[in-house]
Design a protein around this ligand. Structure first.
Ligand code: AZC
Length: 834
């Protein structure tokens, strides 16, 4: 390509090619430059915000240079690429991560301080990029970090929501939601790609046209009724290491098309045209704030199609440049569906291949299936996406026809294999014959992909026995497998817990463990090293003190770093059982109240820390938040007990708060009803940060126990295989254990405020069958808590050994391992050689 450019031009380009930031001076020069030109400010009016922005722009420049090189190399090598389709990316803050991954944090910290700022203050200026709800979105962010670090040609595709997950305030103990307009001060980490815009159509009708002009044979085409543009925004994602690659996260933003505006403008409908414009932009305005729950709204389907259509367009354009035949598409492209949200990739790719590119149905279908893989993140019915046919028909008429055809051919093959088995046909069909009829996206995702995986071993077994049982019958078990989730140690150890990372580096002789987490195993050599253990304890105390400060700032409550910190932070959900935790706290409080002052001294002082958002429409979850806050108020103001027991609810949980909260735990709670939490990933983060777990045998906790030793996890509760039986045993009559009865009596007696507010919560247990088996697991939960107290209060050396042993055995849970498994088992790609 180079030879097409005249030599003189080339020389100018080369002479002035942007230099990489290598030294402090390079950074300072770029910083000043950006303050003066990009921000149009000066030394005299550069505040923290401007300094943050200038620093980000300087670092971003560095990433872009590497980004360009990476993209050029990927194009040149023309190897297979992976596209990770995720409706959510919970990225958190970018600047600190970029400094850490590029190895520039120390020089930049010095530079910034010489320029008159504190790096910590600048980091605090950055809003979180919170365009995700919880585990699923954060998993996508961890995988991007691993893609770049491991040198895979892998991109993320998502939506650039203007409003991310709402920010949460607690007012009188209630959750109040505020919009999260994270783009207020513009976003220095994104690059708008005005040259990359694709039209996306909705509505309209299907027409039959001749396959070519004058032909008698007909084909179907879709004539869209409303058109919007998808505009690309790129986020550079730096890998870890001085010379690492920089990959791309491409997010789509909806814009109006000009064609339509002009038509209306000419007919004097200026007002209407502006309204249409606003409608277009509303597609990517806001993230749906539900976690593990399907809301089934038309706008959401619109978002999904918008994003899928734009991404596929982009992927196909790139593929076409290589001039390969279509059958090679799956050798060049792997598309991974992060849950069912991007399932429209399947009918959309089929539509493009058949309707637009003229491939036969069978040829096209083979390509689709070979290209797509599907990751399932939940077995819970209420989270499985289903779209009423009416909505589908109106918004995507051609896609619905294609889905019918896919279903038709599929069911034909099923009936050949299992003649007369109507139940089987009903269960595996993509269409649910309910009223209204619905499209079952999970069935479509399974049928249209070559591999389906769950996210932890237990979960992957469960999907085969439950939601996909009949599809397993049809396809055979080999199509289904497991990739246990992982987390990136760069963010979740080095960035969140710099003191622990430093201590580990000092023993392991460097930072290599951050890109080869199994090296942590060597920490076991220091189990007898007194000095090491006392430093280990110092780090924990430092992190607990750091969290205490945050709690004081956000809630006004003072918590004592010498207390046992018991933490449960995650979305508020009945299945995650925060209600059981708070009932346990109440039980402990009542015990303390009934003791003499002397007896109280035997209690291990403890603070229960909660944080998490409830979906705005989730009534029960909001009651749980209110109860926690009321309990917190009573406990923290009770002079008799507060030296022994406190409780706080930290508002507005997000990634950057998680980075402070997680390293401070002694114990964290992962207490979902067995079989409901697909994996959990905070369980991994907590253990990696030297905290122990209390948990049920659910999700990845099972594997954590396997890796670090069961004796290092406080396990309790019924096993997933028994949950159905236990549930059925109290379908009509729930018997509360006396412990829980005491707790309910106190709540009913208004000890924690107006009991009417909590009646629905208690009734769901005592009168409505206790679906999440809180009554059945409560005593065993209390027993595990008792064991924790005993262990923590006892020989502290034993506790620290447990923590060190646990950290040492966490290698398996690196997202690098998870991504390598996907690459080998599902995508069939190798890392690019540098
Ligand atoms: C979550 C699961 O609940 C959680 O257990 C898992 O760790 C995480 O995905 C990542 O795999 N699922 C979701 O967030 N699902 C949805 C639809 O929000």
């Amino acid at each position: 390509i180079e030879s097409q450019i005249p030599l003189e031009s080339r020389e100018i380009w080369k002479k002035f090619a942007r230099k990489d930031i290598k030294t402090k001076e390079d950074f300072e020069k770029d910083f000043v430059n950006h303050v003066e030109t990009s921000l149009a400010r000066s030394m005299y009016n550069c505040d923290n915000l401007a300094a943050y922005q200038a620093s980000s722009l300087a670092i971003r420049d560095k990433l872009i240079i590497k980004w360009n090189q990476t993209q050029q190399t990927q194009t040149m090598l023309d190897q297979k690429r992976v596209y990770y389709m995720s409706f959510e990316f919970l990225m958190g803050r970018a600047m600190d991560n970029a400094m850490i991954n590029t190895g520039l944090r120390t020089p930049i910290k010095e530079s910034v301080s010489e320029l008159g700022f504190s790096l910590e203050d600048l980091i605090e200026e950055e809003p979180d990029i919170s365009i995700g709800n919880g585990g699923l979105g954060r998993l996508a962010a961890c995988y991007l970090d691993s893609f770049a670090t491991l040198n895979y040609a892998a991109w993320g595709y998502g939506i650039r929501y203007e409003y991310g997950i709402f920010s949460q305030k607690i007012v009188n103990g209630y959750q109040v939601e505020y919009p999260d307009y994270w783009l207020t001060y513009s976003n220095p980490w994104e690059i708008v790609r005005t040259e990359i815009q694709y039209p996306v159509d909705f509505y309209g009708y299907v027409e039959e046209v001749p396959v070519y002009e004058g032909a008698t044979e007909k084909k179907k085409v879709w004539v869209g009724g409303e058109r919007v543009l998808a505009l690309a925004y790129d986020f550079p994602v730096p890998g870890y290491g001085a010379d690492a690659n920089v990959n791309n996260l491409r997010l789509w933003s909806a814009r109006p098309t000009h064609e339509f505006d002009f038509a209306k403008f000419n007919s004097g409908e200026y007002q209407n045209s502006v309204e249409a414009q606003q409608r277009a932009e509303s597609i990517t305005a806001v993230l749906y704030p539900n976690d593990n729950f399907d809301a089934g709204k038309e706008l959401r389907l619109k978002q999904q199609y918008f994003w899928v259509a734009a991404s596929l367009h982009d992927i196909i354009r790139r593929f076409k440049k290589s001039k390969r035949p279509w059958r090679e598409f799956p050798d060049q492209v792997a598309i991974q569906l992060n849950d069912t949200h991007p399932t429209l990739c399947i009918p959309e790719l089929q539509r493009v291949l058949v309707d637009l590119e003229g491939l036969s149905w069978d040829e096209a279908w083979k390509i689709v299936v070979r290209t797509v893989g599907y990751t399932n993140h939940t077995v819970m019915q209420e989270a499985l996406e289903k779209w009423p046919l009416t909505i589908f028909q109106k918004l995507l008429p051609r896609h619905l026809e294609i889905i019918y055809d896919i279903n038709f051919y599929f069911l034909q093959s099923v009936s050949k294999k299992f003649p007369g088995d109507n139940n089987l046909m009903t269960s595996v069909s993509i269409i649910e014959e309910s009223n209204p009829k619905q499209v079952k996206m999970a069935n479509l995702a399974v049928i249209g992909s070559h591999y389906v995986n769950g996210v932890a071993a237990l979960h992957s077994d469960l999907i085969k026995l439950t939601i996909f049982k009949d599809l397993v019958k049809v396809f055979g078990g080999d199509k289904f497998g497991n990739v246990t989730n992982g987390i990136t140690p760069r963010r979740w150890l080095k960035q969140a817990n710099p003191k622990l990372a430093e201590l580990i580096s000092s023993k392991l002789g460097g930072d290599e463990y951050l890109s080869d987490l199994n090296l942590l195993k060597n920490l076991e050599k220091y189990l007898e090293d007194k000095e090491f253990k006392s430093k280990w304890q110092e780090v924990k105390t430092f992190n607990k003190t750091r969290l205490s400060k945050l709690v004081k700032d956000l809630t006004g409550y003072e918590i004592d770093p010498t207390f046992l910190f018991d933490i449960q932070v995650k979305r508020i959900h009945e299945y995650k059982r925060q209600q059981m935790n708070i009932f346990g706290v109440i039980y402990r409080y009542l015990q303390l109240k009934s003791c003499s002052p002397e007896e109280r001294k035997k209690f291990q002082p403890k603070v229960s820390i909660f944080a998490g958002k409830a979906a705005p429409g989730y009534y029960m979850a909001k009651r749980i938040i209110k109860l926690i806050n009321n309990v917190s108020q009573v406990l923290n103001n009770d002079p008799e007990t507060r030296e022994y027991l406190q409780c706080v609810f930290i508002p507005d949980y997000n990634v950057s708060k998680a980075e402070i909260i997680i390293p401070a735990s002694d114990i964290s709670e992962h207490i979902s009803t067995a079989g409901t939490e697909a994996s959990g990933t905070s369980n991994m983060k907590f253990v990696l940060n030297a905290g122990l777990l209390i948990g049920t045998l659910d999700g990845a906790t099972v594997e954590i126990a396997r890796e670090i030793g069961e004796e290092n996890v406080f396990l309790f509760g019924h096993l997933s295989e028994n949950v159905d039986k236990v549930r059925a045993s109290h379908l009509f009559d729930v018997k509360l254990p006396s412990s829980l009865e005491t707790v309910f009596q106190a709540i009913d007696g208004d000890v924690f405020g107006d009991s009417h507010e909590f009646k629905p919560l208690l009734d769901s247990i005592r009168h409505h069958s206790d679906f999440y088996i809180v009554s059945d697991d409560f005593n065993s939960y209390l027993e595990a808590q008792r064991l924790i107290d005993e262990t923590f209060k006892g020989d502290h050396d034993i506790w620290i050994r447990k923590c060190i042993t646990s950290v040492a055995n966490m290698g398996f849970f690196s997202s690098d391992r998870a991504v390598e498994e996907y690459a080998e088992m599902i995508w069939n790609i190798e890392p690019l050689s540098k």
